[in-house]
Design a protein around this ligand. Structure first.
Ligand SMILES: [Zn+2]
Ligand SMILES: [Zn+2]
Length: 297
């Protein structure tokens, strides 16, 4: 038997396995076993499960005031992405814009010195006494009177204008189960059953792109929505495509792994005695045929 078959639910199998598909009886105590009834309709549908990881590198260049030593520094080369890929950011020196030196704007008060980051330039830090809890100000050990060597000019008081390339390596993930529209309780139940931890087997993998079929009529090419062994995706396919479209694309992409899977289910409707009911039969990731019943509609 094909391996995908164990993920295709059937009503017969649910009856054989005595899958729980019960609804409370509205007029009294007890439950109604929906499997003992004939559904008024059976829809073969499928969830679209997307598992995507995209590694991308965004870069942009900005002019910036740099210490004067950069005037004689050769340009740096852009570092390659880490292997295995990690989210990182780099700043790469591209070159200077003009050789002329400018007065550093950060150390206007005392040339070459900027405010200390630890004591925010006050020169004092609060040290809490343990016995009575009263805070006492003591001299900051990281600076002299609140001043440290200016970070922008490295203490020279002068800067040159250079270009810096900002490099951001980012990892974007999309792990979502797009359930075809049905009653909200059923959607949520199926969605949480197929949460991010679920890795669908390769036998359920599908192509998200529409299939092009050559029509017999004058060789016209029509687009046909894919199905998974007669299970339709409904609006789930369009929503999955829209989700994938939000992932980084184009030249910034270093590595792209986008996979989509079908997860078949049966949407059953019951009429007859009592109120109409909607229910779902679906094979859980561990292989157990599972039923969900929506509250009365
Ligand atoms: Zn300080
Ligand atoms: Zn400075």
């Amino acid at each position: 038997m094909m391996t995908f078959m164990r993920f295709v639910p059937t009503l017969e199998q649910a009856r054989v396995e005595r899958t729980r598909l019960r609804a409370p009886i509205w007029w009294g105590l007890g439950e109604r076993d929906l499997l003992e009834e004939e559904p008024t309709s059976i829809e073969r549908l499928a969830v679209v499960v997307v598992r995507a990881v995209v590694h991308s590198r965004e870069t942009w260049v900005r002019e910036s005031d740099l210490p004067v030593r950069f005037a004689s520094q050769p340009p740096m080369s852009e570092p390659p992405a880490a292997k295995p890929f990690r989210e990182r950011s780099h700043r790469v020196f591209v070159g200077i814009v003009a050789n002329e030196r400018k007065r550093c704007t950060l150390c206007g008060v005392r040339r070459g010195l900027g405010p200390c980051g630890r004591c925010t330039g006050t020169g004092k830090v609060i040290q809490t006494k343990t016995d009575d809890g009263v805070g006492v100000a003591v001299d900051c050990k990281a600076c002299a009177d609140g001043f440290v060597t200016c970070t922008q000019c490295e203490g020279t008081g002068e800067v040159v204008v250079g270009r810096i390339r900002y490099v951001e390596d980012r990892s974007t993930k999309l792990r979502y189960a797009y359930v075809p529209t049905m009653s909200a309780t059923l959607e949520r139940a199926v969605e949480s059953m197929l949460d991010e931890s679920v890795e669908p087997p390769p036998s359920l993998q599908i192509d998200l792109a529409p299939r092009e079929v050559r029509s017999a009529y004058r060789g016209a090419v029509a687009r046909e929505e894919p199905t998974f062994h007669q299970h339709r995706f409904g609006d789930a396919l369009e929503r999955a495509r829209a989700g994938v479209a939000t992932l980084p694309s184009g030249a910034s992409v270093v590595h792209r792994d986008v996979r989509a899977f079908a997860w078949p289910l049966l949407l059953l409707r019951f009429g007859g005695i009592g109120r109409p009911r909607e229910a779902v039969l679906v094979v859980a990731p561990r292989g157990r045929l599972t039923g969900y019943v929506a509250p009365e509609g």
